[in-house]
Design a protein around this ligand. Structure first.
Ligand code: SAM
Length: 225
């Protein structure tokens, strides 16, 4: 069996056992996760582990999240396919690729220039044309392209950055991990005609959000501490 077939088989098993098996029901999302080659988004030295039930290092102290966490956060956005979505924390570009199949356009912001460049290159090679990678600090969102029909933050904020809520369209949802190194909760926010609703979904473990609304290095040292 060649490696493409092996990866394909591992990807189908990943969706069956790790994703559907843990209660993700969105059929569009399951189909997309069955088709997007996660192994193209991880560095060569851990490609063999691409479909394991865990996050993996992508360099610069950062990670590509566990497949189940990506599925859970994406399902919570309730996308219909028409939305313009904002992701903060491009990392490998894999989450953006999943979103690209479920929304009209994805704007994604990455603070580490090398990762932003690498993710853009991978997305280009994969033929994904409806993602724009923006290098820079996304902790205050990206007001120029909002309001967004969905927002996903893939690094842990000390508290919810208020500007993100302001860039959310009415009825749209925001998923964000909030908390400190040992204690984070995945929060789901939804903008209503008047005000917002908030729900706590699950305890999680993410690398820190940096930048203006993120963690300082004094309060949360190097990302792998
Ligand atoms: N979604 C990514 C993927 O699919 O590979 C995984 C993201 S990784 C868990 C978190 C990313 O957030 C890191 O690449 C980190 O550099 C980035 N990050 C942290 N703070 C940021 C900020 N203020 N603005 C933009 N990116 C940030």
């Amino acid at each position: 069996m060649d490696s493409t077939e092996t990866f394909d088989r591992e990807r189908q098993a990943m969706v069956t056992w790790q994703i559907a098996g843990r209660g993700i029901r969105d059929e569009r999302l399951l189909l997309v996760m069955r088709s997007v080659p996660r192994h193209h988004y991880v560095p060569l030295n851990c490609r063999d582990m691409a479909y394991q039930d865990r996050p993996l290092p992508i360099g610069y102290g950062q990670t590509i999240s566990q497949p189940y966490m990506i599925a859970l956060m994406t399902e919570l956005l309730n996308l219909t396919g028409e939305e313009v979505v904002l992701e903060i924390g491009t990392g490998s570009g894999y989450q953006a690729a999943i979103l690209a199949h479920l929304a009209r356009h994805v704007h994604t912001v990455e603070m580490i220039m090398e990762l932003a460049e690498r993710a853009q290159k991978t997305l280009d090679e994969e033929g994904i044309r409806n993602v724009t990678v923006h290098p820079g600090d996304g902790s205050a969102g990206l007001p120029d392209f909002g309001p967004y029909g969905g927002m996903i933050v893939t690094a842990a904020a000390p508290v919810l950055p208020q500007p993100l809520l302001e860039q959310l369209a009415v009825n749209a949802r925001l998923v964000i991990p909030v908390g400190s190194p040992g204690h984070q909760v995945l929060q789901l926010w939804q903008r209503k005609a008047q005000g917002y609703e908030q729900e706590s979904i699950a305890p999680v473990a993410f690398v820190p959000l940096r930048g203006a609304y993120g963690w300082s290095y004094e309060d949360w040292g190097p990302d792998y501490s």
